[in-house]
Ligand binder design. Sequence first.
Ligand SMILES: Cc1cc2nc3c(=O)[nH]c(=O)nc-3n(C[C@H](O)[C@H](O)[C@H](O)COP(=O)(O)O)c2cc1C
Length: 213
Amino acid sequence: MACRAGGGWLPVMSQSPTLPDHHVAPDADALVVYASTHGHTAKIAARLAEAMRGQGLEVDLRDVAHAADAAPGRYDLVVAGGSLHKEHHQKELAEWVTARSDALAGVRSMFFSVSLSAADDGDEARASAQRCIDDFCAQTGWTPTRTERIAGALQYREYDPFTRQLMRLLMKHMGRPTDASHDYDYTDWDAVDRLGREIARGAEITAGAGARA
Ligand SMILES: Cc1cc2nc3c(=O)[nH]c(=O)nc-3n(C[C@H](O)[C@H](O)[C@H](O)COP(=O)(O)O)c2cc1C
């Protein structure tokens, strides 16, 4: 699943995340905006927002599809996240960030990237996931204060039949589960909670090891 490895990913079938947004605008302290093709990044974004709220922050949580009016300059902290599909993050998120790259430059910010590569501890997978993050930042003109790789999930039960079959073949090749009657969650949720608390507290932002299972 290497970024730029040219490895056989087919176009992703778009499915909507199931979680509702929580709107706290207009006087929220932080914005968490996400793009999620099969719903897992939506869960991570919601969990980050919850951890941040636990630290006393008002958090505006938005699906990027409903974030056209969210102006980064109105917040003390902006968190944006998406997931990797065929070595790219969602186009909608890239467009949202690109249109606001100037405003984002003046705000403390974090980009989190959800992927299966991040579930792999090997140097090659780590470098690959980081390259995809670097590509996203270069493409959008955004230099987030912090970037994080977060291990995602294999959600066979969410996929349409074509994507399910494609993923089974890829996972077989990668030595991951192929029993499509189950989903497989690789996210370290405690690490996600810690990350949310950390950024809410304004802990010095440096590239971390990511929240991996
Ligand atoms: C069709 C498809 C393509 C994917 N491509 C990649 C990829 O290129 N690199 C990677 O690390 N993970 C890849 N993944 C794994 C997703 O990033 C992972 O399942 C993530 O949890 C999806 O988050 P979402 O539910 O928010 O879309 C892919 C998953 C699917 C279904």
